[in-house]
Ligand binder design. Structure first.
Ligand code: ATP
Length: 921
């Protein structure tokens, strides 16, 4: 097959095009040919032009400010005679760099895996059937169906189009959508061929059928993809804060080092080289190595955790923002409700029908009744059902084996209508043959109507319209009543408004139906402004869409977490309020603002309105943007849901834009920061909980690593303060061991700590709040840190005491000295064991969450004890680290350390809990 260029293909007659592409526009490709083409042409994917330099990525881990400080320190240590120390510092720097690389790599792998979890599909014609396939499997010759909100999957020639408009800004930079049709015209510029649509662009309105000309890197977009500039990745506030923190701590470490250096020379009269090595220990102790990558890793873990809860995040930064969310602007249909539209009533001016039976739409499965419910033969009803049947884009697909229930491709609203017509025994193929669809004016959320034009033999075309009652009434001037068409009176309007309100008050939603025959005035051309006029009102189809069962609990959680929910729906005011009150989002007193009222409100009025209980109904997507903006003007961090093509601006505006993975358009998914794989509101709440937990875990991690700094610095301070009378209780090499050896794994374990009970019972964190709070500084440097320091030096004196101190002076060399310093090191390790367990919860008892429930922490603890034993008992290593074996009594001392530390902290947590309970009562 020789693929014609776009220019050539645009001008070919359809039979020629079919021949060139070896396909059929009526049946599509057959599966076998499609598979063969997939083998030869490859997957329909655009490889990004950004090739990361792996070596550079790798080397970056060894060139940060901290790493450079360590390189220089190691060098000076070597030059000044302590070669082993220099080598050790370098070794540690290398290990730390490798570790950082591994963590960053693991984080990237985790996020890459997420992006693969959301397959995008496209409807194609294969073997004569419509089917949804993965976009990457599209091949040249495939006949694809696209509609508003879809991303154009490949370069293709339009075969038929209804009101098709494409946003080609990704190719041309021009943001005004361009009209495309099936006929050829060539304007100025490469992309201005009217009947060619391009990969990488999106459909803003209309529908079309098109035959694929080129896929993947062969498309115009693919050809320029490698030229596109690498997108500058946004640096999140958290990363900024961590960068700042690391820099500040590095400077503080240097200053402390300098202070210790001077004090060692003047107080202890150390020679310069020795004083330098001494100061080096302090610098190493206070530099927070591994902080950034570890945080990245916990953010990545957070996104994986969220993915398990059906929320896919596009960037790690959003984890943090999610934790701050204070307002959720949520759609109703499908997010708060199940989106299982069951038609319960058909209302006609002359009669009301109740639909019985259990048929309902559920995850694409259609359950037909064994015997379709026979709705009474009634001309008005027949008309209503005929509109429901033909003004309907769903496709019923039966599996070839006939064993599974047929599937419905399409929106739940139309699927509900499709089912009710099936229950009535109407036959779609028969009607399609008698009155085929000539063209359509597709549904959009602004107009809230959809029109199809059906061709009849020997009779004028039929204009079939369905839509929201509020937008249908203004375009109707007649009514069908008892097989008679008469003018629509004010009394009729009042009656059907009343009927509509009665249904809405029960939380039901209704869709209005109207029609007329085309007249000479239409001249066979159908535009919204003319076709949707002077219609004959027929009746209503009333549907039930029950709230999701898990919604009640999710709403309750939001209320406890001080997160406000604002329902923003295209549905009617009464239906919206009835559902909102039912699921507990608002009380009966809540204000309902409709799209029309909203247009009258000034920004200041709207800003005031969103501070109170409020629901927005019958709004257009553009209104959502304004609502989100006004909430933000009140200082809120806003998460907003959206699924339609016009929701994109609001999704981009929101701090967290949330698109629906099942029923959302590609456009909404592209604009969003988060995609819900189950379209469920409860998943947003679950993701917020994970976001809050990740942030708390980072704070716990900081508390833990800062605490050991005090334990590491205190012995040196003692040494200085005593003017050298107390020999250094912890050597520089041993400080390195704690900082870069024993502390690492348990710290990582804290990043995997599950949510602490009560994390959703607190108000959201303020945007301005700092990661390092005064509470953390006090806890780590003051309380935990000082206790750990006292215990570790206690260990040092304990060994000396066993060897005769205070009768004999403190050992400054030899085996006893080595044993004493080893004991200081070991006591720090055992204090940190208590510390890591204490850090796991803020106020909840450790025994409630389970001492052993975080297996990463438990393995970290086992690892640090083994490492300690390795250092103390391995002959070659002993001389390098200045360690010596400990005796049974020492181990007993060590084993006792965590117990009082944990109990003391348990007592503190108990007091905090009691105080909180008292305040609550
Ligand atoms: P939400 O905004 O909460 O998702 P929604 O589904 O009601 O609720 P839209 O999709 O904007 O919001 O639809 C607005 C209104 O348009 C609906 O309430 C319904 O009356 C009407 N409508 C929905 N789908 C169709 C359709 N396929 N054809 C004609 N009218 C429709």
């Amino acid at each position: 097959m020789s693929q014609p260029t776009n220019d050539v293909a645009a001008q070919l007659e359809i039979p020629q095009l079919e021949q060139q592409l070896q396909t059929s526009v009526t049946t599509g490709l057959d599966t076998q040919t499609a598979q063969k083409r997939f083998q030869t042409d490859g997957a329909n994917v655009i490889e990004s032009g950004q090739h990361t330099n792996r070596l550079l990525d790798f080397l970056q881990n060894f060139t940060s400010l901290m790493a450079c400080l360590l390189w220089v320190s190691g060098l000076i240590a070597m030059v000044s005679g302590t070669v082993e120390l220099g080598i050790a510092i370098w070794a540690v720097n290398i290990i730390n760099g490798l570790f950082s690389y591994w963590e960053a790599h693991a984080a990237k792998k985790a996020t890459d895996a997420l992006s693969k979890m959301l397959p995008t599909t496209v409807n194609v014609l294969r073997d004569g059937h419509q089917q949804a396939i993965l976009v990457q499997n599209v091949v040249p010759g495939d006949v694809v169906e696209i509609q508003a909100g879809d991303a154009v999957p490949a370069d293709a020639r339009v075969l038929s189009a209804a009101n098709l408009q494409i946003d080609e800004s990704s190719l041309t930079g021009e943001s005004v959508p361009v009209a495309k049709k099936s006929t050829y015209q060539h304007g100025d510029g490469k992309f201005s061929i009217t009947n060619i649509i391009y990969a990488g662009t999106v459909v803003t309105t209309g529908t079309a059928q098109a035959v694929v000309l080129a896929t993947g890197m062969q498309t115009e977009f693919g050809k320029i993809a490698h030229l596109t500039e690498a997108q500058s990745s946004m640096v999140s506030p958290l990363t900024n804060e961590l960068n700042r923190l690391t820099r500040q701590l590095s400077v503080i470490a240097l200053l402390i080092g300098l202070g210790f250096f001077i004090l060692a020379i003047f107080f202890v009269h150390y020679p310069v080289a020795k004083a330098f090595i001494f100061a080096l220990g302090m610098i190493v102790a206070f530099i927070p190595e591994g902080l950034l990558p570890t945080v990245t890793l916990s953010l990545a873990r957070g996104t994986q955790e969220m993915a398990k809860k059906h929320a896919l995040l596009k960037s790690l930064n959003s984890v943090e923002t999610l934790g701050e969310t204070s307002v959720i602007c949520s759609d109703k249909t499908g997010t708060l409700t199940q989106n299982q539209m069951t038609v319960t009533h058909l209302w006609l001016p002359a009669e009301e029908f109740t639909v019985t039976g259990t048929g309902y739409f559920n995850n694409g499965q259609i359950q037909f009744q064994k015997e379709p419910v026979k709705l009474a033969q009634h001309p008005d009803l027949n008309r209503l059902l005929d509109i429901a049947l033909l003004n309907n884009d769903t496709q019923v697909v039966s599996e070839a084996d006939g064993k599974q229930a047929p599937k419905i491709l399409g929106t739940p609203t139309e699927a509900g209508l499709c089912i009710v017509t099936a229950k009535a025994g109407l036959n779609l193929p028969e009607r399609q043959q008698a009155a085929p669809r000539l063209t359509e004016l597709p549904f959009d959320s602004d107009r809230k109507r959809m029109t199809t034009i059906q061709k009849q033999t020997n009779a004028p075309d039929l204009i079939y319209v369905k839509g929201a009652l509020s937008t249908m009434l203004p375009v109707c001037d007649r009514i069908l009543d008892g097989n008679q068409v008469r003018p629509l009176t004010a009394a009729d309007q009042q009656r059907l408004q009343q009927a509509n309100q009665d249904y809405a008050a029960q939380g039901l939603r209704s869709l209005a139906f109207a029609y007329r025959e085309a007249t000479d005035a239409d001249q066979g051309k159908y535009a919204i402004s003319t076709a949707e006029q002077h219609l004959i009102f027929v009746g209503l189809a009333v549907m039930q869409d029950p709230p999701r069962p898990e919604i009640y609990q999710a709403v309750q959680k939001c209320q406890n977490a001080h997160i406000k929910i604002i329902m923003v729906t295209g549905d009617s005011a009464l239906t919206a309020k009835s559902i909102a009150v039912k699921i507990g989002i608002v009380s009966d007193q809540a204000r309902v603002i409709t799209g029309e009222e909203l247009a009258q409100l000034s920004d200041a009025q709207l800003q005031a309105a969103v501070k109170n209980e409020v629901i927005f109904a019958r709004v257009a997507p553009a209104d959502k943007y304004r609502i989100v903006s006004m909430c933000q003007a009140n200082g809120e961090i806003v998460a907003s849901t959206g699924d339609g093509v016009n929701d994109a601006p609001a999704l981009k505006r929101a701090n967290i834009g949330i698109a629906m993975g099942l029923n959302g358009t590609d456009v909404a998914k592209q604009a969003a920061d988060m995609i819900l794989t189950d379209d469920n509101f409860a998943s947003i709440v679950a993701a917020i909980e994970v976001g809050r937990t990740v942030y708390k875990n980072i704070q716990k991690f900081l508390t833990y690593i800062f605490t050991s700094n005090v334990g590491e610095a205190f012995p040196s301070l003692l040494f200085l303060a005593s003017g050298g009378l107390i020999p250094l209780p912890l050597t520089v090499m041993q400080i390195l061991t704690v900082d870069l050896g024993t502390d690492m794994l348990p710290a990582l374990g804290l990043g995997a700590e599950p949510s602490e009970p009560g994390v959703m019972n607190q108000p959201p964190r303020a945007r301005t709040a700092h990661l390092l709070t005064p509470g953390i500084i006090w806890k780590s440097f003051g309380y935990y840190g000082l206790l750990g320091a006292l215990i570790s030096t206690g260990g040092y004196f304990f060994v000396n005491w066993q060897f005769g101190f205070p009768q004999v002076p403190l050992a400054s060399t030899g085996k006893v000295y080595a044993m004493a310093t080893t004991m200081t090191l070991a006591a720090i390790v055992f204090s940190q064991i208590a510390n890591v367990l204490n850090c796991r919860t803020e106020t909840t008892s450790l025994f409630r969450v389970g001492v052993f429930s975080n297996h990463r922490i438990i393995s970290g603890i086992i690892f640090e004890i083994l490492l300690l034993a390795f250092l103390a008992y391995t002959p070659g290593v002993q001389s390098l680290f200045g360690t010596a074996p400990l005796n049974g009594l020492d181990w007993l001392f060590l084993a006792c350390i965590p117990v009082p530390l944990v109990l003391l902290e348990e007592a503190r947590k108990w007091f905090v809990r009691r105080r909180a309970a008292r305040i609550k009562n």
